[in-house]
Design a protein around this ligand. Structure first.
Ligand SMILES: *Cc1c(COP(=O)(O)O)cnc(C)c1O
Length: 384
């Protein structure tokens, strides 16, 4: 087999931690082995601890896109009214999926460099009192921006609206507190800020979300996409709807144990520091951040605007080929390069590798940037 890149600093899936690898290496067991059941329940409790939540935790097999689809199918009652916050492509695709389910969707939008204004969301909720569901993406990893889900959750609670959060690129790396903030259903993954396995959706489902699901006659049952099956079969009956991906559960157990041992706040601080260093590096080498300002920039991904003379996707390919560093390209949002600093890559010097390869890659393609200035600025942040 050919070697992969030396560094994977993409926006996820990203470098898995050595801890996760130790989990992947465990012998596969039967899913009804008592040891596995015990471990599975411990993982559920660990996810609850990570989110400081009393809501039900559902670990659904499948990459988080599947968990998101399951959540939308469960909550999206045909004919119901929903409000979709759209500040990037992931938000837009949630709105699209709801419309496919015949939900009446009102979108509150912002440019894909920023975030929506809370006043605009409030106005939309006031205008249509039938809105029962609000969807929002916490970290829009495609644009390196984040939405204020705390403020949106509080607002939604005032209007008695159920909130569904795509927290795939934030869970474990950015503060996210479903109970305190009124976030009724959160969907995360382990392959981003936890540096863990790809094929698991980590979901928290609160009582108000269950109420809406119970009121939806089209919520799937007897399906791989069914949240209701998890409640009846697993939570109430102790039988898995289907065999979980055993090795991935072991890897998830290992990374969660590590994050919780270090303290969740330590992970949040590490991601925030990596983000500050990365932003300082981007501007320090003379590039612009893609995000309008630091306040909307995400803690797990930094997007740099790339001058028009260079195609961002070609630049990413060049950096991968020449320097063996895998970054993420524009993802359809614009001419930008994204450096992921999530999970394992939120540690230590990873962002510096990302910045140096980005800067030198640009130079190779004829753009004059101050690579050293960028590295200096990032190091100053990491040292401080
Ligand atoms: C990674 C990610 C997902 C999962 O979707 P993929 O495109 O399949 O990776 C969903 N939402 C967000 C915000 C993500 O970052």
């Amino acid at each position: 087999m050919r070697r992969g890149p030396d560094f994977t600093l993409s926006t996820g899936p990203t470098t898995v931690s050595p801890t996760a690898l130790s989990g992947f290496g465990r012998p596969v067991t039967y899913h009804y082995d008592p040891g596995f059941i015990e471990l599975f329940r411990q993982v559920e409790r660990d996810v609850a601890t990570l989110l400081d939540t009393s809501h039900d935790v559902v670990l659904m097999p499948g990459e988080a896109a599947l968990g998101l689809e399951a959540a939308m199918r469960a909550l999206g009652r045909p004919g119901a009214h929903a409000l979709a916050v759209v500040s990037g492509p992931y938000g837009a695709s949630m709105a699209d999926e709801l419309r496919e389910l015949s939900v009446e969707v009102t979108e509150v939008r912002s440019a894909y460099t920023g975030t929506v204004r809370i006043e605009d969301v409030a106005a939309a909720l006031e205008k249509d009192p039938d809105i029962e569901l609000l969807t929002v993406v916490h970290c829009e990893s495609a644009a390196g921006t984040s939405n204020d889900v705390e403020a949106l959750g509080r607002l939604a609670r005032e209007h008695d609206v159920v909130v569904l959060v795509d927290a795939v690129a934030s869970m474990g790396g950015t503060p996210l507190f479903p109970d305190e903030w009124g976030l009724d259903l959160c969907v995360g993954g382990a392959q981003k800020c936890l540096g863990g396995p790809v094929p698991l959706s980590l979901m928290s489902v609160g009582p108000r979300a269950w109420q809406l699901i119970d009121a939806n006659p089209t919520a799937p049952t007897g399906s791989f996409l069914s949240l209701l099956d998890y409640r009846t079969k697993w939570k109430q009956g102790g039988r898995f709807p289907s065999a979980p991906p055993i090795s991935d559960v072991y890897a998830l157990a290992a990374v969660l144990e590590e994050v919780l041992e270090d303290g969740v706040a330590t992970s949040f601080e590490r991601h925030a520091r990596a983000a500050r260093a990365c932003r300082a590096g981007v501007t320090g080498m003379g590039l612009d951040l893609w995000a309008d300002d630091e306040h909307v920039a995400a803690d797990s991904v930094t997007a740099a605007a790339i001058p028009d003379s260079v195609d961002a996707d070609e630049l990413v390919a060049h950096i991968r080929g020449r320097y063996q560093v895998m970054l993420s390209g524009g993802g359809g949002v614009g001419n930008l390069v994204r450096i992921g600093h999530m999970g394992e890559t939120s540690r230590g010097m990873y962002v510096v590798v990302g910045l140096a390869s980005l800067g030198q890659g640009l130079r190779d393609l004829g753009v004059e940037v101050d690579v050293g200035g960028g590295v200096d600025a990032a190091m100053a942040t990491l040292a401080g």
